[in-house]
Design a protein around this ligand. Structure first.
Ligand SMILES: NC(=O)c1ccc[n+]([C@@H]2O[C@H](COP(=O)([O-])OP(=O)(O)OC[C@H]3O[C@@H](n4cnc5c(N)ncnc54)[C@H](OP(=O)(O)O)[C@@H]3O)[C@@H](O)[C@H]2O)c1
Length: 377
C-alpha cells in the first residue's frame, strides 16, 4: 500500500528518517531527505542523499516519482541548492519536474546557498513554505550546521563508566568496563565519524588501535593529543599508521627528533600552540579539524582530555555506557577530569535524546543545549 500522511510535519519527519541513512556517507555535505506527495499527502516518490558527490535527495525523489511529480509537492529537509557543485542545481530538477509546491525544513546556511534556492523557486511561481519540523531537521544536521557556522566540528564524547562513575580502576586499568555489545556500538560510531581522538595518557595506558571493526562507511583519522610527542614508536597506533591515518597533535616546542621519528613511521604530526597550563589549545585544534572539513569528531578519553573539553564547553553530544560494576577508590579516575565547576547551577545542560540497555549496560546519549532547543528523550 502507498504510504500516506495527515500533515506536512509528518511527511517531513519521514524525510528526516530517510536522510539519516546518509550518515557517515555524505559528510561534510548535509544529511538530506526528500519526499514527493500528492494533494492527499500520499507518497509518490522518495529519496535521500546517499553518497558524497553523488545525486542529491531531491533528484532521487523526483526520479522515483517520475511523471507523477507534475503538479505535486516536494517535501525536503534542506533548502534545494541552486548552484553547480559536484552535481547540477536541484532547483533546475524541481522546475523541470513540474513541481507546484515545495515544503522545506530549514534554509541552507552555506555561503553558496543563503536563501537563493528558495527565491529562485518563488520567482518561478512555485509555492514555497519553510520551517516545517525545523527543530527535528536542525537536530538532524547539527554537525553540518556547526561546521558551516563556526568552522569547527561537532564533538561527540564517549566514555564507559562503572556505577560509581569511574572510567578506570585505581591502577589505571580499564579493559573492559563495558560489555561486548556496548563496544560493538562504539565501533559503529567510529565507523561514521571523521576522527577518533584520545589523550596520550590513554594511548600509553591502553595502547588502543581506535579503528572501527568491522569498518563503517568512513575511515576515521586517529588523533592523539601529545604535547611532547612521546607516543611510543612501538604502539599499535604508530605500527598501523601506514594503513589507517594517525595525526599526532603536539606543542611547537616538542623535540624535533621525536617528531621526525614519528613522521618517518607514517604519523602526521601537527604542531600547535599550548595554553597557560602547557596543554594543547583545544580551540586552535578544532579549527585545524574544521579546515579539513571534519564534521564529526569522537573523543574517547581519557579523563583529562574529556575534562579540557568540558571546561571549554566543547562537548556537543555525550555517549555514556554505564556498566553494572563497582570499583571504588578515591584515586580511580572519574569520567571527566579538568578544572570542573564549583557549583551545581553552573553545570552544563545535557539533555537525553536516547537511552536503552545494551547487553548488560545502559547506553545514554545526550546533546548539549545551546539555547532554544527542547529535545525529547
Ligand atoms: N573507560 C573509558 O571509557 C576510558 C576511555 C579512555 C581512557 N580510559 C582510561 O583513562 C586513563 C587515561 O586518562 P588520563 O586522564 O590519564 O589521560 P588522557 O586524558 O588520555 O591524556 C591526558 C594527557 O594528554 C595530554 N594533553 C595534551 N593536551 C591536552 C589538553 N588540552 N587537555 C588534556 N590533556 C592534554 C597531556 O599529556 P602531555 O602533557 O604529556 O601531552 C595529558 O596529561 C587510562 O587509565 C585509561 O585506561 C578509560
Amino acid at each position: 500500500m502507498t504510504e500516506s500522511f495527515e500533515t506536512f510535519e509528518q511527511v517531513m519527519q519521514y524525510a528526516v528518517a530517510l536522510a539519516v541513512r546518509g550518515e557517515g556517507h555524505v559528510e561534510p555535505n548535509p544529511l538530506v531527505g526528500a519526499v514527493v506527495v500528492d494533494d492527499r499527502l500520499r507518497v509518490l516518490g522518495e529519496g535521500w542523499h546517499a553518497v558524497y558527490g553523488e545525486a542529491h535527495a531531491e533528484v532521487e525523489a523526483l526520479e522515483s516519482a517520475g511523471e507523477s511529480a507534475r503538479g505535486a509537492t516536494l517535501v525536503v529537509t534542506l533548502e534545494p541548492c541552486c548552484h553547480h557543485g559536484q552535481t547540477p542545481p536541484c532547483t533546475d530538477a524541481v522546475l523541470a519536474a513540474g513541481i507546484r509546491r515545495v515544503v522545506v525544513g530549514i534554509a541552507d546556511p552555506s555561503p553558496h546557498a543563503d536563501g537563493s534556492g528558495l527565491s529562485q523557486l518563488r520567482e518561478a511561481g512555485l509555492e514555497v513554505e519553510i520551517g516545517v519540523a525545523a527543530e527535528s531537521v536542525t537536530r538532524l544536521n547539527a554537525p553540518f550546521l556547526r561546521l558551516v557556522e563556526t568552522g569547527r566540528p561537532w564533538i561527540h564524547a564517549k566514555w564507559a563508566m562503572t556505577l560509581d562513575g569511574r572510567i578506570a580502576a585505581t591502577g589505571g586499568h580499564s579493559q573492559w568496563i563495558s560489555s561486548e555489545d556496548s563496544r560493538r556500538l562504539v565501533h559503529q560510531l567510529r565507523g561514521r565519524v571523521d576522527a577518533v581522538l584520545v589523550g596520550i595518557g590513554t594511548a600509553v595506558a591502553d595502547d588502543p588501535l581506535l579503528t572501527a571493526r568491522p569498518p563503517g562507511p568512513r575511515i576515521a583519522t586517529r588523533v592523539v593529543l601529545d604535547t611532547t610527542a612521546r607516543l611510543p614508536l612501538d604502539s599499535q597506533l604508530v605500527r598501523t599508521a601506514a594503513d589507517v591515518p594517525v595525526l599526532l597533535a603536539c606543542a611547537e616546542t616538542a623535540e624535533p627528533d621525536r617528531i621526525a621519528a614519528l613522521a618517518q613511521a607514517g604519523v602526521e604530526v601537527v604542531a600547535g600552540p599550548v595554553d597557560d597550563r602547557g596543554r594543547l589549545e583545544i580551540e586552535n585544534l578544532l579549527g585545524v579539524f574544521g579546515l579539513r572539513r571534519w564534521t564529526n569528531v569522537l573523543v574517547e578519553g581519557g579523563s583529562e582530555v574529556l575534562g579540557s573539553l568540558a571546561d571549554g564547553g566543547w562537548i556537543d553530544e555525550a555517549h555514556v555506557f554505564l556498566a553494572p560494576k563497582l570499583v571504588g577508590g578515591r584515586r580511580a579516575l572519574g569520567a571527566v577530569g579538568g578544572e570542573g565547576l564549583p557549583r551545581i547551577p553552573q553545570a552544563a545542560n545535557l539533555v537525553c535524546v536516547e537511552t536503552r540497555t545494551v547487553g548488560e549496560d545502559v547506553y545514554w546519549r545526550g546533546v548539549r543545549l545551546r539555547g532554544g532547543e527542547s529535545p525529547d528523550c
